[in-house]
Design a protein around this ligand. Sequence first.
Ligand SMILES: [Zn+2]
Length: 328
Amino acid sequence: MDIFDHKGICLREGKRAVYLDPANSRPDGAVTHAHSDHLRPNTHMTKPTADVMKVRTGSTKATTHDYHEKFKINDFELEFISAGHVVGSAMIECNGLLYTGDYNPYGTVTSGKAEPQECETLIVESTYGKPDQTLPDRNEVLEDLQAWIGATSDNGGGIIGAYSLGKAQEVIATANTAGIVPAVSNEVGSVSDVYKKYKVPLEYNRYEDLDDNEKNKPGLLVTSTSATSGKKPDTAVQELRRNGAKVARVSGWCAFAKWALRGVDAGFPISDHADFADTMKFVEECNPKQVYTVHGSTKELAKQIEKKLGIKARPLPKYGEVAIEDYN
Ligand SMILES: [Zn+2]
């Protein structure tokens, strides 16, 4: 089987091909999850991924499958396996190959966890592929976040900016653990409704449904990153800030990048991706003969896998970089 990057991750056997996380909509493609850099309509996906696509884009064009249901595309047999990243996120298994997509082997409260799978060939994402990109203990950061939510909700209010799909639901779950039912933006609310459909117990109220009194004092507001970063000025956020509310960002990048803390009062480095240490452990436990790295610090991660684990590794070759016959 030839494996290369050409308008997505292409697996090819003779004239047959299948595309994982393709660059364009295509019926011979399979997507791992509903983040916009991976999601394409008119492909194969899990049911929760299709539900998120519907609320975010209006599109219902998808062929859906359950986790562990074997299905075929051009005679390749594929299977979705939980990736622990966001609701519906999947790794893809195909003929002894495992593609992780965005995955979280540490696990999240709301989306389970990615379990290593024995495989011949592993295609692994490299978001945090550099050795110094190791995150602080997740449970400790969650405890800090819970304490911040409790303190600000009682005292002027808190606003948290987080990715609307994935991180925002972790924040809602953390607030619920602290006994707080947060207000949420419509964007966060519509995605959270999909989580509830798949039995993730989240409690929240839409900010727009609150009465005027509650709107002035929502306790905690969970909204998108862009609403708190100034990229998409949000009048409710601005008004609450003027009245003394504190703003926090929840993102793994708070541990590594100054830009992630710009314009906010606090940052909590919680990620839905594997950090460097977890990536190395995951690769070792999959025990592959060959690793290809994609998305992020691909060269650095491949070098570390070869050096520290002794497994053949390289960034996924682009079409044309390797000899592949008869490709159209
Ligand atoms: Zn993602």
